[in-house]
Design a protein around this ligand. Structure first.
Ligand code: ADP
Ligand code: MG
Length: 359
């Protein structure tokens, strides 16, 4: 019996920079999925999920059904392993998760990285963590058709307690960024999920490709200071999209330095600037996210706040002075309760280790 824990993740700053070969600054968090497994003689994966309250059985040559069910993530696992010439071992697997599902904390990537890690451990094989991240990304695509970036899987594989992961999405070179103990992070779920999220995500990707082509660069990551005039000359919405990506990359690097310097006021300002850019230039925010950010920014003890995830709903991440974390959370939630008439879900999260075997 092997027991694995895979964390969820929150992106501290950098949205929509990953697929333009840029930089991101996520951290693995102390909410995650726990996966227990044992080898079985049957040529199948038998998987029980506490959250889905069901058990599925997949043969080791199963294909996805495309019905949007959680089974397809495991069909993706099977396919990704087969495609890379690896053995798909028979196993019994049990899952339970402390991550909210579908809230943007990457329960899906945690599930896939954790499962693939476990299946390797069950065979006594080690897998390089970057290869693991790529395999999980491939599994999500093969199982569900979702074209995700590599960020989530990478930080879930490579996270470190007390550190954020500055990742260059082109080279996959990582730099661990020390988060000062004075920094506390609160994640607030807007409770909103818009179905346009996937289609708009694909549109934004295409716009970024079109903007890069118009600028004559391989990806927007390559657009530098010298391209500012050219960006200003692009037609809308390409101009706004490119401007967001270029400036967001600069903000990520500046925020990484600010955290290392324990300059939380600056890190917070950069996070709030990121939100405004996502709202006004990239146009992926919604009023409910803007409202949480506005209320957070007016709460004493808050350094900055921004939507996190691809947008059109999901969560806000708030950077708070650690000494005031408790009172800020109460104050913020009660202000939002007065406006909305409902309690929003929220979590104080800490930077944690990446996927690992636990006792
Ligand atoms: P997010 O990754 O932001 O949480 P997604 O929509 O990408 O949201 O992934 C959520 C899906 O992942 C769920 O609908 C389910 O299919 C699968 N999933 C996540 N956690 C679990 C779990 N504990 N058990 C079974 N399936 C899960
Ligand atoms: Mg997901």
């Amino acid at each position: 019996m092997i027991h694995v824990r895979a964390p969820g993740r929150v992106n501290i700053i950098a949205e929509h920079t990953d697929y333009t070969d840029g930089f991101v600054l996520p951290m693995a968090i102390d909410l995650g999925v726990e996966i227990t497994g044992e080898p079985s003689d049957e040529r199948s994966l038998i998987v029980t999920s506490r959250e889905e309250a069901s058990t599925i059985e997949l043969s080791t040559d199963a294909d996805p059904r495309g019905d949007g069910s959680w089974r397809d993530y495991f069909a993706g696992v099977v396919r990704a392993l087969r495609e890379s010439g690896e053995v798909v071992p028979g196993a019994r697997i049990e899952i339970r998760s402390s991550l909210p599902i579908g809230a943007g904390l990457s329960s899906s990537a945690a599930l896939l990285v954790g499962t693939l890690y476990l299946l390797h451990e069950l065979q006594g094989r080690t897998i390089d963590r970057t290869a693991l991240a790529r395999l999980a990304q491939r599994a999500e695509f093969l199982g569900t058709g979702a074209r995700t970036g590599i960020m989530d899987q990478f930080v879930i594989a490579n996270g470190r307690a007390g550190r954020a992961v500055l990742l260059d999405c082109r080279s996959l070179e990582e730099t661990l960024v020390r988060l000062p103990s004075s920094a506390s992070f609160l994640v607030v779920d807007s409770g909103v999920r818009h179905s346009v999220a996937t289609s708009e995500y694909n549109v934004r990707r295409q716009e970024c490709e079109a903007a890069a082509a118009a600028l004559g660069v391989a990806a927007l990551r390559d657009a530098g200071d010298g391209d500012r005039a050219k960006i200003e000359g692009l037609e809308e919405p390409l101009r706004s999209r490119a401007l967001h990506v270029v400036q967001e990359n600069e903000r990520v690097l500046a925020a990484s330095r600010a955290f290392e310097d324990a300059d939380l006021a600056l890190a917070g300002r950069l996070m709030s600037a990121s939100h405004r850019s996502l709202r006004d230039l990239y146009e992926v925010s919604v009023p409910e996210l803007d409202e949480i950010v506005d209320v957070a920014e007016r709460t004493p003890g808050v350094h900055g706040a921004r939507m996190t995830g691809a947008g059109f709903g999901g969560c806000v991440v708030v950077l708070i002075d650690a000494q005031r974390a408790g009172s800020v959370r109460e104050h913020l939630l009660s202000s939002l309760r007065k406006r909305r008439g409902v309690d929003l879900r929220s979590w104080n999260v800490r930077a944690s280790d990446g996927v690992e075997v636990i006792a």
